[in-house]
Design a protein around this ligand. Structure first.
Ligand SMILES: *Cc1c(COP(=O)(O)O)cnc(C)c1O
Length: 373
């Protein structure tokens, strides 16, 4: 038996809602009522008026950049430590991503570095609320205002996380979410872009559905995409959204358990929750310090032998071979992220972990760390 890093939580209402769409033959991305219902309910949850559902989180990010007309002349400041989907979205638009190093404690974009990276070509800042902890947004927004830059949030890991009492997705111009199976709530595959600005929502809605014309449907108004979420997925999303509080509370409970169990281990860096933040602890991520540095392979292998699945931290943009080979970036641009990328990993993080499993995981980790020290 292995405890996986994540297992989706599905219930009877989820199954009932999806079955309803099948029974009604309302299965596509233009059929039924669940899509608009999910869009407005999720946008409202985030604290903004508009939501545009997409096929996945990567599509939501790409759609956000296309909506803002980001193009080949533009540079985008992006947090280097992230799922590479964040960077791919920038590259799909032909724009140049500029990696920004992270803070050593939150592992999020370090706002103090932004000013020195702004050039006349800079168009936007793309922040990532990593592992569920919101970015310190005020200094980001102040640089953005000063230089007239868009702010896009990659909130794929941070549904319901709060910055100074405001939910992620409502903090910049456009917020992007993923509903992949291991995210805070899921539609299997899926995503959404949320925004305060009706112009952006209208343009995104048009672009995501092949930019069909208004007067004559087949006189397209732009080069569109098919990024439509299906009604089946939206049905699951509506049902999942009803218990998002449960999902977040269970993530926070798991984090609380791990924090208490692991607090006294020297040389093990635990996640933080800054005074400005409500962390939703998408995944419980740790960094090996001091004597444990460089022992990640061993630690992860031994945990696996005990039936505990773990996963390495993300590899920063500036360390990705494909981008280094193309000469797009250099390894030593982001030393803090490099260190975390090399020594970080995450533990099973629910939302359906039993107390017994949690105790077993924490005990196993302690044993493994004792043995490699
Ligand atoms: C999951 C994730 C994505 C991509 O979302 P998909 O739905 O898998 O396309 C993008 N950014 C971050 C930070 C993610 O964690």
């Amino acid at each position: 038996m292995t405890i996986p890093v994540s297992r989706p939580h599905l219930d009877d209402n989820d199954r009932k809602c999806v079955a309803e769409t099948l029974a009604a033959s309302e299965i596509s991305g233009t059929a039924g009522t669940f899509i608009p219902e999910f869009e407005s309910a999720f946008a409202e949850y985030c604290g903004v008026p508009h939501g545009v559902a997409t096929t996945n989180g990567t599509a939501a990010l790409h759609l956000a950049l296309a909506t803002l007309s980001i193009g080949p002349e533009d540079e985008i400041l992006v947090s280097t430590l992230t799922n590479m989907a964040t960077f791919f979205a920038v590259l799909y638009q032909g724009a140049k991503p500029v990696p920004v190093d992270v803070e050593p404690d939150t592992w999020n974009m370090n706002p103090a570095l932004l000013e020195s990276l702004v050039t006349p070509r800079t168009k936007a800042i793309l922040v990532v609320h990593l592992f569920g902890h919101p970015v310190d947004m005020d200094p980001v927004l102040s640089v953005a205002r000063k230089h007239n830059l868009f702010v896009i949030e990659d909130a794929a890991e941070a549904h319901g996380a709060e910055y100074k009492g405001k939910r992620t997705g409502s903090l910049g111009d456009i917020g992007c979410f993923s509903f992949y199976a291991n995210k805070i709530i899921t539609t299997g595959e899926g995503g959404m872009l949320v925004t305060r600005d009706k112009k952006y929502a209208d343009r995104a809605r048009n672009l995501k559905s092949l930019a069909y014309g208004n007067e004559n449907r087949f006189m397209h108004s732009d080069i569109g995409f098919n990024y439509r979420m299906t009604n089946m997925q939206a049905a699951l999303g509506c049902s999942q959204l009803k218990r998002i509080d449960f999902s977040i509370e269970s993530k926070r409970g798991i984090a609380n358990f791990y924090n208490n169990a692991l607090r006294d281990i020297a040389d093990l860096q635990l996640p933080v929750e800054k005074p400005y933040a409500k962390n939703v602890y998408w995944m419980f991520h740790l960094v090996l310090r001091g004597g444990f540095k460089g022992k990640r392979v061993e630690v992860m292998r031994e945990l696996k032998e005990k039936g505990v699945e773990t996963r390495e931290s993300f590899i920063p943009y500036n360390m990705q071979e494909i981008f280094l080979k193309k000469g797009l970036t250099e390894q030593d641009l982001c030393p803090v992220a490099n260190d975390i990328g090399q020594n970080g990993f995450y533990l099973p993080s629910g939302p359906v972990l039993s107390e017994r499993e949690l105790v077993y995981i924490a005990t196993s980790l302690k044993e493994v760390l004792d043995s490699v020290r």
